[in-house]
Write a protein of this length. Structure first.
Length: 311
């Protein structure tokens, strides 16, 4: 009888231990980003997922396609699934606030990467690249390559994304100091390579003497570069922002001048690490708003770039 009781207690202890492990494994981190067709957002999602799994969490990954309504639906799913945290590259600085508040009210902290929202005290963390600093670096390289003179074009990102405005401000903080630099066109291409190609085709026809194009991200820089090549304008200077492998290769080939690398892989890891800390202790131990400096990428160091990291 004693032996039976001892065995039963041992079995029960194993069952409780297993149940504890199962409970830990069931903790869920939800990751929501824009479309993975953009390698920047794919890197953010893939890196977040890998780090969360490494730390023992289940994951679900969703794509909002810069649609705030779709993003809101994913927040509802995360709340219904009792997620432990949400990692978010958001679909609008204003449109996202209500979703993050809703998650907070449900006891689920949101950790923003790449894009901020226009409110503090709602998200657990907002970890973004220092877009202004990075844009200044790119603009300095652009002005030098232009010889401080000539007509240029600027392609802007999504108007709903605060990064688009901040990068443009950083560009002009430098460029506007040079009176012989003349901006002849400024249009949004919505972070899109096909849209940038189409916009540049029209801009080239209206502005045949442009000497340079400065772009708010790398996908637009690739689209602009392709349009210029198609028009036989191989000597026009193009600069981007992000640090993608595509632009790395274009820089090494001499097709694009420079980009500002924002280390999204490290930012995504930081978000998950802080989510893990918050889940375990109720605090990240960090301030809500956190800036990570960018690095200028040119032909000198482009060979060391891989997936938005400088090796």
């Amino acid at each position: 009888m004693k032996k039976y009781v001892a065995v039963s207690l041992l079995v029960c202890s194993f069952m409780f231990a297993f149940a504890g492990l199962a409970g830990a494994a069931e903790k869920l981190i939800v990751i929501i980003t824009p479309a993975h067709s953009n390698p920047f957002f794919k890197t953010a999602a893939d890196t977040s997922e890998a780090k969360a799994k490494e730390l023992g969490y289940a994951t679900r990954v969703y794509v909002h396609d810069d649609d705030a309504n779709k993003q809101n639906e994913f927040f509802d799913i995360a709340i219904a699934d009792k997620a432990s945290a949400i990692i978010l590259d958001n679909a609008g600085a204003d449109a996202t606030i209500s979703a993050v508040r809703k998650a907070k009210d449900a006891g689920i902290p949101t950790f923003l990467v790449d894009r901020e929202i226009n409110e503090t005290g709602t998200a657990a963390a907002q970890i973004v690249s220092n877009n202004f600093q990075g844009a200044q670096l790119v603009a300095e390289a652009f002005v030098n390559a232009m010889g401080e003179t000539g007509e240029y074009v600027e392609l802007l990102g999504l108007e709903s994304d605060t990064n688009a405005g901040v990068r443009s401000q950083g560009f002009h903080d430098v460029i506007d100091q040079y009176p012989d630099m003349k901006m002849t066109a400024q249009q949004s291409a919505s972070w899109s390579q096909p849209e940038a190609f189409s916009k540049m085709e029209s801009i080239i026809q209206a502005n045949p003497n442009i000497k340079g194009v400065i772009c708010g991200n790398d996908t637009m820089a690739m689209g602009a570069s392709a349009a210029l090549k198609a028009a036989g304008k191989n000597d026009v200077i193009v600069a981007g922002f992000d640090g993608s492998n595509d632009v790395r290769d274009a820089i090494l080939a001499g097709d694009i001048l420079a980009t500002g690398l924002q280390p999204i892989a490290r930012i995504a890891e930081m978000a998950v690490e802080q989510a893990d800390q918050y889940i375990k202790s109720g605090s990240t131990g960090q301030s809500e708003k956190q800036l990570v400096d960018c690095v200028l990428i040119t032909k000198d160091n482009a060979a060391n770039v891989d997936n938005f990291s400088l090796k």
